[in-house]
Design a protein around this ligand. Sequence first.
Ligand code: SF4
Ligand code: SF4
Length: 166
Amino acid sequence: MLNKNGIPTLEDLRQVTPPQERLNKGPVAIAECFQCIPCNPCSTACPVHAITVQPDINQTPVIDWDRCIGCKQCVAACPGLAIFVVDMNYSDDLAAVTLPYEFLPVPEKGACVNGLSRAGAVLGPFEVVAARQAAGNNLTWLITLAVPKDPAMDVRNIQVGGAAHE
Ligand code: SF4
Ligand code: SF4
């Protein structure tokens, strides 16, 4: 339960997860912002105005998934590291999961890292297919992993070092 262990429930996640039909269309942002954080940089960063902050700024922002173009600007802007972009169309077998990262060392493109679940479980070694800092950002890195489609909605962090492809 979120307020006891920091892990969102399935019901929490259901409320912020795009429908499968939208996921199948390509990259889309998912705001797993459940901690009543009073801020709005995700909304101001979005170039297509797809993110609406609620009248109570503590509430989870709402993303218009039909408007979202998957640009990842909101991932870089979010101080809560709470937004992810998932592209289920990365390849026939793989999805691309982009997540924010603020630790050192930063993995390079081509590296193999462990993908972690929201609870910290290792879901597998995955390849880093992109690693970049958004221009003018607060130094948050955007790490993109190629992940089999099945765990793509569960990989939300990485562990650098110790991972190796089989
Ligand atoms: S990924 Fe880009 S278009 Fe989509 S909500 Fe975030 S900033 Fe807006
Ligand atoms: S910037 Fe991040 S923490 Fe702040 S409201 Fe948006 S999603 Fe939540």
